[in-house]
Design a protein around this ligand. Structure first.
Ligand SMILES: Nc1ncnc2c1ncn2[C@@H]1O[C@H](COP(=O)(O)OP(=O)(O)OP(=O)(O)O)[C@@H](O)[C@H]1O
Length: 639
């Protein structure tokens, strides 16, 4: 690390610190490429501000510097780096939005009612035009019914609740998109709320601002317009890394001239070959170009092309890792644990990391997705927070750990049970021990034991409380009635509700399939969602970095419609809509794909391999070389 490199973009940091002067705050947009140290600049500017006289002012007035991050993980990271300073509030956008509107129950009720009426009107219109017999027709009917029920009971809800980290399935809860939309609407229509925000946080910094919801960003921009001079809105972002659909298009073009526009040009993360590559990917978009550190290594980039059909992806990817080890001389490429493999979507990771039987059916239910990706929710928590930690402790013969888990969450040893047992407490302890021994024997004797079998064992021994979501599988009675009880909570959940008693809801049927998977798959799934596996998705790794990155591209396997590498690399014809969008200057799938490609390639700290499963490898090879992003020696065809 050279001192000169550290100072390369020092002006930008100085500008940001000036903007955070609480006596004369100024808004700014730090627009800089991947790995340029935006997050680092954010943290160091806040650190300097709170360490100085402004810090004392914040302490005396009880005001705070607000920081909005994109993920919970980023939140924790920034909090830690700022040593949990109480003068700083670090939250995800969902948590921040809720902190603004929580408690405005009458306004929330009114907004939800109006929104439900509008949605119902739309659905009724579609219903009039559409066919009833189709699957979507039936789903529409269920959705209408569910919305009507929610509308009817809105008045009985005294207090609305919401959790930024779960699926919010209870009757009085709001869902994620409602909270964001409502906050944007309230900030726009309620001057009192705007004053409250500015008074609470005279400085509001937003990391990854290119992906902040458009309506909410517009609300923040209006608020800034009203309070500028007394309030600083600090945006950190990179339009080239806008990869979610609801982010504000052309945010960089609407920044008022009075804002400061600090720039950072050095890439501190990637070796020089990768900086050249990301510069090429970006050149035609906005011309922003980075320089690498003077002490940066050269690094290695390879683009492998394999046929899309008739191949075994795990064999191909193992061969690629082997080849990368040879080319780079870095033996860690041979070890799949030290290579971060980025797939286009979670199912591809699930297949590769071996938890697809557990994951696929649950992933098919839209309303489960937040829980699934965050590992939250009662059904998942039963396994990941109770059963699996106990099994881990039992396997390691960690009696102390196992006892702690049982004491903390088993009904066998809860206070009321022990009190009731009186002098019989020893027998109760014996029951707990027998249950633990039985569980250990079960998983040792049957390494492939299914989640269903473990669930039944836990229920029989009363080792842990079985949550409502899983209760129907213990009784062996996955009835529609039970499904309705569990699923008919909140508008976002569409359970079985068409009056046929033996019709199992999609949610129950998904759980039923998932439980047939071996328990070991839930262990793998848990590692994956905790970010402790070597797999991730192209979108999920925004903001992160890894020494060795293997980007897997396979449109056929991903089946997404937002990103299309085959079109991007010129293997598939653009559609009529693509051409129309292109002609009208509107965003196309190829634009989005290029940005995603930029994000994935720029995660690598040492070396990067891309594996592209193509419908026409020869053509793909020519097309990729024609772009000029890769040298001839960097592109390899695999058979
Ligand atoms: N001035 C610096 N000196 C040394 N290392 C730095 C410097 N600035 C940033 N880094 C390092 O470079 C890497 C990228 O920094 P950071 O994650 O803050 O970038 P970013 O702009 O937020 O990236 P991205 O947009 O890709 O998420 C980190 O490892 C960080 O510690």
């Amino acid at each position: 690390m050279t001192a000169a490199d550290d100072q390369f973009d020092a002006d930008a940091d100085a500008t940001i610190i000036e903007c955070l002067d609480l006596g004369k705050p100024r808004s700014f947009f730090l627009y800089a490429g991947a790995g340029s140290g935006k997050t680092r600049s954010l943290v160091s500017a806040v650190r300097k501000t709170i360490d100085g006289e402004h810090g004392r002012h914040l302490t005396l007035t009880g005001k705070k510097i607000g920081i909005i991050t994109y993920t919970n993980a980023a939140c924790e990271e920034i909090k830690q780096r700022l040593e949990f300073d109480p003068r700083v509030e670090v939250m995800t956008i969902h948590a921040f939005a809720w902190s603004l509107i929580e408690g405005f129950n009458a306004d929330i009720r009114q907004w939800v009612a109006k929104n439900l009426e509008e949605e119902l009107a739309k659905l009724e219109e579609q219903h009039r035009k559409g066919r009833l017999s189709t699957k979507s027709g039936a789903e529409r009917l269920r959705s209408m019914e569910s919305k009507r029920r929610r509308l009817a009971r809105l008045d009985s809800i005294i207090k609305f609740i919401y959790s930024p980290t779960s699926d919010n399935r209870s009757r009085d809860s709001l869902n994620h998109s409602e909270v964001i939309a409502m906050t944007a609407a309230f900030l726009t229509s309620k001057p009192g709320l705007r004053r409250m925000l500015v008074s609470r946080c005279p400085v509001l910094l937003i990391d990854e601002s290119q992906d902040t919801n458009t309506a909410l960003m517009d609300a923040f921009l209006h608020l800034e317009e009203e309070f500028h001079g007394r309030f600083s809105l600090g945006l950190f972002g990179d339009m080239m890394q806008r990869i979610y659909l609801d982010g504000k298009e052309r945010l960089d073009k609407v920044i008022p001239p009075r804002w400061a526009l600090p720039r950072k040009r050095m890439n501190h993360r990637c070796p020089s070959r990768i900086v050249e590559l990301t510069n090429s990917i970006r050149r035609d978009v906005d011309g922003e170009q980075q320089v690498s550190r003077s002490d940066a290594e050269r690094g290695v980039v390879r683009f492998f092309i394999a046929p899309q059909v008739g191949v075994d992806p795990s064999a191909i990817e193992a061969a690629v890792r082997q080849r990368m080890a040879t080319i780079t001389g870095d033996p860690d490429w041979q070890n799949s644990d030290t290579v971060k493999t980025l797939a286009l979507e979670h199912l591809m990771s699930a297949r590769r990391f071996g938890f697809v039987e557990f994951f696929e059916s649950l992933w098919g239910i839209d309303n489960f997705r937040t829980n699934l990706l965050q590992g939250t929710g009662a059904g998942l928590g039963f396994f990941t927070r109770d059963v699996l930690p106990l099994i881990k402790a039992l396997r390691a013969n960690d009696r102390f750990g196992a006892t702690a888990i049982i004491k903390a969450s088993s009904p066998l040893l809860d206070r009321a049970t022990l009190q009731e047992a009186g002098s019989n407490q020893v027998a109760q302890l014996g029951k707990a021990k027998a249950a633990c021994d039985g569980l250990l024997a079960l998983i040792t004797e049957q390494p492939d034991v299914t989640a269903q079998t473990v669930l039944e064992f836990v229920a029989q021994t009363n080792l842990f409380v079985v949550p409502d979501t899983l209760a129907p599988f213990v009784l062996g009675d996955a009835s529609a009635a039970a499904a309705e009880d569990n699923a008919d909570q909140g508008d976002q959940v569409e359970g079985s509700d068409n009056g046929e008693a033996d019709d199992i809801s999609p949610e129950l049927s998904a759980w039923s399939k998932a439980l047939e998977a071996p328990l070991s798959q839930i262990e793998r799934y848990d590692l994956y969602v905790q970010g402790q596996s070597q797999f991730g998705t192209h979108q999920g790794v925004k903001g992160l970095e890894f020494p060795r990155v293997l980007v897997v591209i396979n449109d056929d396997e991903a089946r997404g419609f937002l990103f299309a590498y085959d079109k991007f690399f010129g293997i598939k014809e653009k559609s009529k809509t693509d051409l129309e969008n292109e002609a009208a200057g509107r965003e196309t799938g190829s634009d989005r794909t290029r940005r995603l490609f930029y994000v994935t390639c720029s995660r690598a700290e040492k070396s990067l391999a891309v594996v592209y499963y193509s419908p026409d490898p020869e053509l793909a090879c020519d097309a990729v070389l024609q772009y000029g992003w890769f040298e001839q020696v960097e592109v390899e065809l695999l058979n």
